[in-house]
Ligand binder design. Structure first.
Ligand code: SF4
Length: 302
């Protein structure tokens, strides 16, 4: 059916392993947007959450972009509403607005540049050192970038519920039990978790780290779906997900990401719905800061 319809399935690293295995491409938000803007398919099935499908539509407006479950939102993107964000910008005039890709299209339309966790530090550093910045919506990622670059930033107070929930106590216990294991943390994690990490980076950077590093085991503080690729790339190594504070199971999974199933992907490709639409004026405005991000990333070889 994919071939008949000239469709492509793009899946995020936080999707379940069975979906990652049937996808045409698996990547983080930066890689998915790069792929969405450069492929010859007529239909893109975005196996991820809504803001990713919107980003694909903005970059490929002539293609049909399908999201297998319309309820697959993102708590971080939803923490930043356009009317509130416009007020925040008005209260902090004269600043360049950098928004994380985990935002709805309306927020992107209010931004100067978009970034992902893969390129956030490079994007900020590409600006003159005295340029004042607004960063939204993830406060942990914002604080991480501000500490790393020393730039003047005001930061929106949003968080991702998955990365906010990791238990420091459980992480320290895992470290005590696995003394040789290196700890990898996503910059969306809270500072105490980042402080005990051996490596901080995006999902793609973490995956690369496990491929190039000599250790045999890793404690992973991000959504547990990435461990599927880590195991595929490093079958001889061991990976331990960090459990959440309120743990009834041993893993930390995003309930929005996990709304997508193989069955829903099949149905949506068969019926060619639900389809993502972005209002034309929003799309035009949102496209500019995304293209700016892609251009900076390309220049920097990211
Ligand atoms: S893991 Fe967090 S940031 Fe990513 S989609 Fe889920 S809620 Fe949003």
């Amino acid at each position: 059916m994919k071939a008949e319809k000239n469709a492509i399935i793009l899946a995020h690293y936080y999707q379940t392993g069975d979906i990652q295995d049937i996808a045409d491409f698996v990547g983080d938000s930066l890689e998915l947007s790069q792929k969405a803007s450069s492929n010859s398919a007529d239909i893109i099935v975005l196996s991820g959450v809504k803001f990713m499908a919107e980003t694909a539509k903005i970059l490929a407006p002539d293609k049909k972009v399908l999201l297998p479950d319309f309820n697959a939102d993102c708590s971080l993107a939803d923490s930043c509403k356009a009317v509130d964000f416009q007020r925040f910008i008005d209260e902090n005039p004269g600043r360049t607005v950098i928004s994380y890709v985990n935002t709805n299209a309306e927020i992107k339309a209010l931004s100067d540049i978009i970034c992902t966790s893969s390129n956030a530090v490079s994007i900020v550093e590409s600006l003159p050192s005295d340029e004042k910045i607004i960063f939204a919506p993830d406060r942990n990622l914002g604080n991480y970038i501000m500490n790393k670059t020393g730039r003047d930033m005001v930061i929106w107070n949003g968080t991702c519920y998955v990365h906010e929930e990791f238990s420091l106590e459980a992480l320290l216990e895992l470290k005590r039990e696995n003394k040789e294991a290196k700890t990898l943390a996503h910059p969306e994690c809270e500072m105490p978790v980042r402080l005990v990490a051996d490596f901080i980076g995006s999902t793609a950077a973490m995956l690369d780290f496990t491929k190039n590093d000599g250790s045999k085991s890793y404690i992973v503080a991000t959504e547990a779906g990435i461990i599927h690729q880590m195991k595929k790339e490093n079958p001889e190594k061991e990976f331990f997900p960090v459990p959440p504070v309120d743990s009834t199971c041993g893993c930390s999974e995003c309930r929005f990401m996990k709304m997508i199933t193989i069955e829903k992907i099949y149905r949506c490709l068969l019926d060619e719905k639900p389809e993502i639409f972005v209002e034309k004026d929003v799309l035009i405005k949102a496209r500019k800061p995304i293209i700016r991000m892609l251009e900076i990333s390309e220049k920097q070889g990211l």
